[in-house]
Design a protein around this ligand. Sequence first.
Ligand code: SAH
Length: 263
Amino acid sequence: MILDQIRIVMIQTTHPGNIGAVARAMKNMGLKDLCLVSPKRFPDPDADARSSGATDILQAAKVVETLDEALSDCHFVVGTSARGRHIPWPITSPREMAAIAASLQPNKRMAILFGREDRGLTNDELHRCHHHVHIPTNPDFSSLNVAAAVQVIAYELRVASLEHSISPPQWGTDWDIELADAKEVELMFEHLEKTLVQVDFLDPKNPRQLMTRLRRLFLRAIPDKVEINVMRGFLTAINKTAQSSPRQSQNQHPLNDKENSDV
Ligand code: SAH
């Protein structure tokens, strides 16, 4: 059940009324897990009033002092933001975020962070997140009330949870091309490894983590048969070119840089 895997984390919320409105939005959409990091005033009669009866969510809310405590048992962390920050970060739409939530393994938990009313999340808090989510608002007036933002996100999670329970995503049948099987993928990795050796990018006596990292990169993409064929063709072209051109100095190996010594 997706909804039980989601934790709404509100950071240093100023107005208890907003906490109540969040509890209401959560209960409307079937979310239960609310965590409050250093709220200014909580519990508070304004929170109860604005919750319109979602007091069970407020009573069960966990109040903690630090973000570390809020995230201690979470596997995937998403930060919500009304505006872009100076360092780009992987960004998803609320709908994509809900699809990621729907694909979480059953025992994994996703935390969604909501910032202060006046200044949102700090850069440090945003840098704790795997992804950032922006609700596509009017760019000239992009900042939603925090409870309204929770409502939108919670709605997307609810829709995803309903769709997920009807028909789980079917890799390889919904996709236009059949997924490559494990053997095809392994053969591509063997070809890639040989090619990297051929062009002196990979030193077989000191391979370090290069292939592990490249495996992770390619496997994250869940490649299909055509994509694997394209890779094989590309590698064959490199093999032919490398065979017919004279060897360059081995010292050009980028992993010989001190900076990359942990690769
Ligand atoms: N002035 C602040 C906005 C704070 S709004 C700023 O510029 O960052 C309070 C919180 O509501 C934000 O931290 C975020 O969690 C959420 N929020 C508001 N508008 C949002 C939007 N368009 N997309 C995603 N989250 C939003």
